[in-house]
Design a protein around this ligand. Structure first.
Ligand code: ATP
Length: 232
């Protein structure tokens, strides 16, 4: 589904990611793990077209490399960004409507589907998004990204700043999306939880992939896990 080849990401003169390659197959949840500053958000920003990069980014058979952000969204990339940026003054439903603004028909059905999948959002449909709890805002940010009906969902640190119990709920939600067949690239510092629902994972450090494997292989590597969980 998504193939990244020899990706280098630049912030002005700084090269933050030094030529990484990885793929996400259809229906898979793939985790991109690593500590602060490893280059995870830079990688996501390059995929969405926000950050300057070289290398190739292919989604299905489309080469996205030179396309602007809007075209990449149209081709099927959706992002739930770090810091769950919802429109605080708009209601839950209005936030979802904005996420589905491209849809001429079927918007109401799409909203109903996500209210069905995430009932807490349905219960709070008229509430201002800014008054939701952190976990609910994260859920809304993910549901809003899904309103674009993407081929792949990019999740940037969905567990960041949430209490452990809420983190478990968010990961359950991501698991439910995977069960629905959604293809997911999950960027996380919380390696233990991320590996639990991922098919494959890449460990990024200092802008390079330093380990990769199935969740089972990486999860059973005690030395690596000790390092990774020390970082969470
Ligand atoms: P975090 O979890 O802290 O967001 P990360 O793995 O997502 O970490 P990035 O945010 O991608 O890491 O940062 C990778 C490197 O690029 C870091 O050294 C960071 O300082 C640098 N960097 C990121 N964004 C910018 C920017 N806009 N301008 C300059 N340098 C940047």
């Amino acid at each position: 589904m998504l193939h990244i080849d020899n990706l280098k990401v630049f912030h002005g003169p700084i090269e933050a990611v030094h030529g990484i390659s990885f793929s996400v197959k259809e229906g898979q949840c793939v985790a991109l793990l690593g500590p602060n500053g490893a280059g995870k958000t830079s990688t996501i920003s390059a995929i969405t077209g926000v950050a300057k990069s070289t290398g190739t980014i292919t989604l299905k058979s489309d080469d996205l490399t030179t396309l602007p952000v809007e075209s990449r969204i149209r081709k099927g990339i959706a992002l739930s960004p770090e810091g769950r940026r919802v429109f605080a003054n708009l209601s839950v439903e209005e936030n979802l409507r904005l996420g589905g603004a491209h849809q001429k028909e079927g918007l109401a059905d799409c909203i109903a589907e996500w209210f069905d999948t995430f009932p807490i959002l349905g219960e709070r449909r008229d509430q201002a998004a800014g008054t939701l709890s952190g976990g609910e805002q994260q859920m809304l940010a993910i549901a809003r990204a899904l309103m674009a009906e993407p081929h792949i969902l990019l999740l940037d640190e969905p567990s960041l700043g949430l209490a452990p119990k809420i983190v478990t709920q968010i990961f359950k939600m991501i698991g439910a999306l995977k069960d629905k067949g959604m293809t997911i690239l999950l960027v996380e510092q919380n390696a233990t939880q991320a590996l639990r629902l991922s098919d494959y994972a890449y460990l990024l450090n200092n802008g390079r992939i330093v380990a990769e494997g199935t969740a089972e292989t990486l999860g059973s590597n005690d030395t690596l896990m000790a390092e990774l969980t020390g970082l969470t």
